[in-house]
Write a protein of this length. Structure first.
Length: 158
């Protein structure tokens, strides 16, 4: 483009359909790029982790990390999706959905993690000692006595 003012450049762009289509294409692609920057898409593989609960706890609490390093490690896992098997210990009603207390794996022992915000239609189907398979997002990890407790949201039962 050889014109200096915006009006002259716009007139030149409008006079040529290929130039107009190119400008529209750049504007749309740029707009999509701005809108989607920072949005986490759950279907992308880098948003899930292959860790079991035990591996997760070992990496955070039993790797000789300082307290600051543990805190940083926890933030690396927040927002990631996991697929685990668990035993139902309890289901408690709440104002924002039900809270399902789970023990890791197919045996009932201690509370290891919690599903929060579970709909009545799913939570009322669960019974104590049921072994379930699910996937969910890690919302937060809080310190426990020996290791920690994992709080999960957006659970999908399989």
């Amino acid at each position: 483009m050889k014109n200096d003012s915006f009006q002259d450049m716009w007139a030149e762009v409008k006079s040529s359909k290929p130039k107009l289509y190119f400008v529209i294409f750049i504007a749309v692609v740029g707009g999509i790029g701005l809108v989607t920057t920072g949005i986490e898409l759950p279907s992308l593989p880098d948003h899930s982790i292959p860790h079991s609960y035990d591996e997760l706890m070992e990496e955070i609490y039993q790797s000789g990390l300082t307290t600051a390093q543990e805190a940083e490690k926890k933030t690396e896992f927040v927002g990631k999706r996991v697929s685990w098997q668990a035993t139902v210990i309890d289901v408690e009603p709440g104002s924002w959905g039900n809270k399902v207390t789970l023990s890791d794996g197919p045996k009932n022992s201690l509370a290891d993690y919690f599903l929060e915000g579970v709909a009545d239609s799913e939570a009322l189907q669960l019974s104590k000692d049921d072994v379930i398979n699910f996937s969910a997002n890690i919302d937060r990890i809080e310190d426990g006595v020996l290791t920690g407790y994992v709080y999960l949201t957006d659970a999908e039962f399989r």
